[in-house]
Ligand binder design. Structure first.
Ligand code: NAD
Length: 416
């Protein structure tokens, strides 16, 4: 079982629930549960001490039926091929739910960027890019940032690719610096999407964000921005935790001051605008909305029973194990799955790719309006599907995604 094991098995369990309801053809079932391509590369890097280290990197293109593979690159000591494959599969379903002309991909390099210098990170990024260069490109596979990679890493990636092909290619990666063809609104897009989904869900459940109480796990790009935008809508952020600790204030945390604290101290711990909170106590807080925005496998069979929130919005990828998901569903908790809830990031990545290919750039307002329209439409389609099949939102999102990919797979036919 996937409870503490394979992340890819967890994805397969989610897939199976929806594929069974759709009575998916057995051949399509096999095609959609196998990654199209898994690339493993060795990246030698001369470290600052003169020694050579060899880093293992992966790029998985899970499915490219709807368009080029799309998905981030993760730098982390815990990266595995299993995890990268699951993340690439989730990207496939996420792009299909958001109706983007992309397939799903993901990359990862086993390394600890906290122990590497800027020069070492640049050398690793350039070598990793060169090792996978034949498989990537604006029409083939378009990477982006993920955990521990950022705009600077994308700038090195884009430059290395451009040097190899002999011209400046802006649309080979997204999440770039604005000056290099990045999109306004990309940095905030995932958190903004989470806020929009929380707002739509609250409306569906019959309450307003104004005065709603919220707990957030993880206060990085996704959690920090989602919390700030929810606070702007009148929600009260009562608890926040991260890798080092947590803070609690039943009257509401000042998210602007908390962001400034995190920018300086790299953690929410020690923030004086609330009391210290044991991270294990976050899920048990009496709140309306819980937002896991940190890592995979956080809501498990062991702690799902503590959750008092009536709405869970998955900012992170894969934060809820399949067993925990069943427990929450039985208790009537409305869970908005990752492949719908955090799709704002890849949606604005798509807008960035479109702008780069046109060489014409939109205002932040245009980006945010188009994002709002896409997310609200995806939410409505998934909610209607949940009602039609009498299933939870996760199964409904998979039904929508599998249907879209399977339909095009059938239309295109078998090349052999
Ligand atoms: P980030 O590195 O900016 O922030 C991660 C946060 O999680 C940090 O506050 C960190 O302290 C915290 N954290 C780490 N370990 C923790 C632990 N054990 N307990 C509690 N908190 C912990 O990363 P991010 O970009 O915000 O990504 C967070 C999640 O959202 C990941 O699952 C990522 O794949 C997913 N996601 C990100 C985007 C995006 O555009 N950034 C898009 C879709 C999904």
């Amino acid at each position: 079982m996937a409870e503490h094991g394979s992340v890819f098995n967890a994805m397969l369990q989610e897939f199976e629930g929806a594929a069974n309801i759709l009575n998916l053809d057995k051949g399509l079932w096999k095609m959609l549960t196998h990654p199209k391509r898994q690339i493993i590369v060795s990246c030698p890097v001369q470290m600052d001490n003169g020694e050579i280290e060899v880093f293992t990197g992966y790029r998985v293109q899970y499915n490219v039926t709807l368009g080029p593979a799309k998905g981030g690159i993760r730098y982390h000591p815990g990266v595995t091929l299993d995890e990268v494959t699951a993340l690439a599969a989730w990207m496939t379903w996420k792009c299909a739910v958001a109706q983007l002309p992309f397939g799903g991909g993901k990359g990862g390099v086993i390394c600890d960027p906290t122990k590497m210098s800027r020069r070492e990170l640049e050398a690793l990024t350039r070598r990793y890019t060169a090792e996978i260069i034949d498989a990537i490109g604006p029409d083939k596979d378009v990477p982006a940032p993920d955990v521990n990679t950022n705009e600077q890493v994308m700038a090195w990636f884009s430059d290395t690719y451009s040097m190899h092909v002999g011209h400046t290619s802006t649309s080979v990666v997204t999440g770039k610096p604005i000056e290099m063809g990045g999109s306004l609104g990309r940095r905030e897009a995932t958190g903004r999407g989470v806020m929009i989904v929380a707002r739509e869900s609250a409306q569906h459940l019959g309450f307003s964000l104004k005065g709603a109480t919220v707990a957030v796990q993880g206060f990085g790009n996704v959690g920090g921005i989602a919390a700030s935008l929810l606070a702007e809508q009148g929600a009260i952020i009562v608890g926040v935790t991260d890798w080092k600790g947590g803070v609690h204030n039943p009257k509401g945390l000042d998210t602007k001051a908390l962001l400034a604290h995190v920018a300086q101290h790299k953690t929410v711990a020690g923030f004086t605008g609330g009391d210290a909170l044991d991270p294990d106590a976050l899920f048990g807080l009496p709140v309306d909305i819980l937002i896991p925005a940190a890592l995979e496998n956080q809501i498990t069979e062991a702690n799902a029973g503590q959750i008092k929130a009536r709405l869970v919005v998955e900012g992170a990828n894969g934060p809820t194990t399949p067993a925990a998901n069943r427990l929450l569903h039985e208790r009537g908790v409305f869970v908005v799955p990752d492949i719908l809830a955090n799709g704002g990031g890849v949606t604005v990545s798509y807008f960035e790719w479109v702008q780069d290919r046109h060489g014409y750039f939109w205002t932040e307002r245009e980006v945010n309006e188009r994002l709002e329209a896409k997310i609200v439409q995806a939410f409505d389609v998934v909610l209607q599907t949940a009602r039609r099949y009498k299933v939870d939102m996760r199964t409904a999102a998979y039904i929508v995604a599998i249907n879209r990919v399977a339909t095009v797979t059938k239309m295109r036919g078998m090349y052999a």
